[in-house]
Ligand binder design. Structure first.
Ligand code: SF4
Length: 392
């Protein structure tokens, strides 16, 4: 079965393009397994791993359905779930399918998310030898009470050890995830976490505010009663921004901070609205001018051997509203002229209307316009969801 987006999207009669002519794309691999479920998590993952063999076969089949087009890629991101649940051989099988099916550029960024409790030095050396050159550890906090309230399996000393092992294995690009607004967090405990995390000298940090999603164990047991208030969480965010800025990190996206040159190439593709393909159940794609995703159904994915019927999402890639919405997440902001050159429906009248909707927020210091680019300021990032809803 051919499997190109032009053909996969229902109702499309466009013939497939014979050769890829675009810039290198990103490839996302969704690994839908975890050792256990954290109480706050609503990502698609399963604790049962008896479907691993079926998943591996199906995902390689799905990847290989893109072979033969010369599609270039310069980033691969293993996310989940917990990718480090896969053995190095299994990661190697998936990478093999990618290398056979895509023209993977020699300087590609190859990231793997990992939980500190699922790796050791031998494992890290093995995945580094496969070409993985960036690790993203879910550390979340340096305070044991907070880690255990989140349902994380690792202790902070184990996370420290995992970072040391990653350096020994050769990794020069480490990202750590932190969470803000979590149960029992105080300004003091956040300062403790930030100090301990900075001592590990990561190249990149992702700092997410806890959102209690409907249907999760956290929502059912009203975990918000143990969490800081919204005002406190906002203060924690600003404290984090300031501390990381002082430590030399650039705040390049609402939740992401990097030492110069270590911004996530893969994730920048999402925010700059450039093409990527997602493989595995629940993976999303933006390719061939369309957005589509695989249903969150591992059994169906295996049954159909990765040839699962994708559902087209509302909207298409590359429209000006989407470019504005995604680009405004970045500190670099957006250039209206640049977006208009990519999407002619962003007429001068539309641009003017957008600019005038931004004006009150620029005056209030929540947005700024510099050198022809409009961006949300750090103060505005705190209320970015509401702000984006107002101006778009
Ligand atoms: S390890 Fe990550 S993906 Fe798995 S349940 Fe916890 S938060 Fe979710």
């Amino acid at each position: 079965m051919t499997n190109f987006p032009e053909e996969r999207v229902k109702g499309s009669a466009k013939p497939p393009q014979p050769l890829w002519k675009g810039s290198p794309i990103g490839i996302y691999i969704h690994v839908p397994f975890c050792a256990s479920k954290c109480g706050y998590c609503d990502f698609y993952s399963r604790v049962r791993q008896d479907q691993k063999a079926g998943y591996l076969k199906a995902i390689q089949q799905e990847i290989r359905s893109y072979a033969g087009r010369g599609i270039q890629a310069d980033s691969v991101f293993f996310g989940g779930g917990t990718p480090s649940i896969l053995t190095p051989n299994e990661i190697g099988e998936i990478l093999g399918a990618i290398r056979e099916s895509f023209a993977l550029q020699p300087d590609s960024e190859l990231t793997m998310e990992a939980n500190p409790d699922t790796v050791d030095l031998e494992y890290l050396k093995a995945v580094y030898a496969l070409g993985i050159n960036r690790l993203s550890y879910g550390v979340q906090s340096a305070v044991e009470r907070e880690l255990s309230a989140l349902g994380r399996k690792h202790t902070f000393p184990r996370a420290v050890q995992a970072v040391e092992e990653a350096r020994k294995a050769g990794f020069l690009n480490l990202s750590l995830d932190l969470m803000l607004g979590i149960p029992y967090q105080t300004e003091g405990s956040l300062r403790e976490t930030l100090g301990a995390i900075l001592a590990l000298r990561p190249e990149h940090l992702s700092c997410y505010l806890l959102k209690i999603e409907l249907g999760t164990p956290f929502a059912k047991r009203h975990a918000e009663k143990d969490c800081p208030s919204d005002d406190e969480a906002a203060d924690f965010y600003l404290l984090t921004c300031q501390t990381l800025r002082e430590a030399g990190f650039g705040h390049y996206e609402i939740s992401n901070f990097a030492r110069p040159g270590y911004e996530s190439r893969h994730n920048l593709k999402y925010w700059r609205d450039t093409p990527y393909l997602g493989f595995g159940p629940a993976a999303h794609s933006c390719f061939g001018g369309r957005r589509f995703y695989n249903p969150s159904d591992l059994a169906l994915y295996i049954e159909k051997n990765g040839q699962i019927a994708e559902t087209e999402e509302d909207g298409s890639c590359g429209g000006y509203t989407e470019r504005l919405m995604l680009g405004l997440r970045l500190a670099e902001g957006v250039s209206l002229a640049e977006i208009a050159s990519l999407d002619p429906t962003f007429t001068p009248e539309e641009q003017e209307a957008f600019r005038s909707r931004c004006t009150p927020y620029i005056k209030a210091g929540l947005m700024a316009e510099t050198d022809g680019r409009i961006a949300i300021t750090e103060k505005g990032m705190l209320v970015s969801n509401g702000l984006l809803a107002e101006i778009l």
